[in-house]
Design a protein around this ligand. Structure first.
Ligand SMILES: Cc1cc2nc3c(=O)[nH]c(=O)nc-3n(C[C@H](O)[C@H](O)[C@H](O)COP(=O)(O)O)c2cc1C
Length: 211
């Protein structure tokens, strides 16, 4: 191109789409920052499991992410139905949706239950008394009740338990560790959707997918 036709702006214009590696890195960074951010859409996710009657699913809070080792963690009651399901079939799907960024992440994970070890001890120690309150429930989650039950001793009402009272919930506390086998990325846009898969096991592979 003759010099006279060169654009006057010398700043390079970014017209290229992100590479697979960049998308994968950004997705993990967005997941990793979510647990610390009050309003981040990735702070909650759907956990889908296999049940006797077919598939089952529910929302949980994303508690911790290790973007380097590809692990995520969530908390639950050790007596919950999902724990029984994951013990029978430890593979699960974690589904995230970010309305603002129009991004869906779908993670296939291998789960491991922690109830009576240092993993559960450490995460319990970091949980504030308000977070511990639901683990004080005297009644098994999902059990039929003669009347509405709040999920913690009714005597507590809207009060927080003391640190000492909250310790009674430790036996009911479980951490579900999720080793990510693959992550699927989908970005919705009028300009065209972007779908990609990042596989970690059995072998690493990144590939674009038709939306
Ligand atoms: C926004 C939201 C966040 C939730 N977070 C959790 C959570 O972190 N852990 C959990 O066990 N249940 C959580 N729940 C409740 C579950 O969705 C579910 O009702 C409960 O765990 C019983 O599920 P299960 O019978 O499949 O075990 C949450 C629900 C909502 C709506």
């Amino acid at each position: 191109m003759p010099a006279s036709e060169q654009p006057s702006n010398t700043e390079p214009v970014q017209t290229t789409s992100p590479s697979l590696a960049e998308l994968e890195h950004t997705s993990w960074q967005q997941l990793a920052s979510a647990p610390e951010s009050e309003k981040d859409p990735f702070k909650t996710m759907v956990v889908a499991t296999c049940a006797d009657a077919g598939a089952d699913a529910r929302m949980v809070v994303l508690r911790q992410v290790d973007a380097n080792r590809k692990y995520v963690w969530f908390h639950t009651d050790a007596r919950a139905e999902k724990v029984i399901q994951l013990e029978a079939f430890p593979t699960a799907t974690l589904l995230f949706w970010d309305e603002n960024r129009q991004i869906q992440l779908r993670l296939i994970v291998e789960t491991r239950l922690h109830t009576d070890d240092y993993v559960a001890d450490d995460q319990w120690a970091a949980l504030w008394v308000g977070g511990r309150k639901t683990y004080l429930s005297e009644r098994k989650p999902g059990s039929e009740q003669p009347a509405p039950y709040p999920g913690f001793p009714e005597s507590l009402g809207e009060e927080l338990p003391t640190e000492a009272q909250s310790e009674e919930g430790r036996d009911n506390f479980a951490v579900i560790e999720c080793r990510v086998l693959s992550m699927e990325y989908l970005h919705l846009s009028r300009k065209g959707q972007t779908r990609a898969q990042f596989r970690y096991e059995p072998e690493s592979k990144m590939v674009w997918l038709a939306p």
